[in-house]
Design a protein. Sequence first.
Length: 83
Amino acid sequence: MLVTEITAPPAHHRTRLLNLRAKQCRFILSDDLRDAVCCGAPTQEGSSWCAWHRKLVYIPSRLERYRQLTDGSEAASSTRRKS
């Protein structure tokens, strides 16, 4: 499997929330919500976040289903061994 390293977006992309345009990362970096500053880095189609921030905030549902299935099967197999 090819693993691509994702680097943090450069600071020059940072943009005030009210100045954001389409396909700019909406991850808020500032603490002051009145003058919120967002990442502003380019995003992929259908995402509100750049690759860096998407990795921080997004949990794929498929992964969650996989974890639930593997946790359940391990519990079931350990129960069968005890019987």
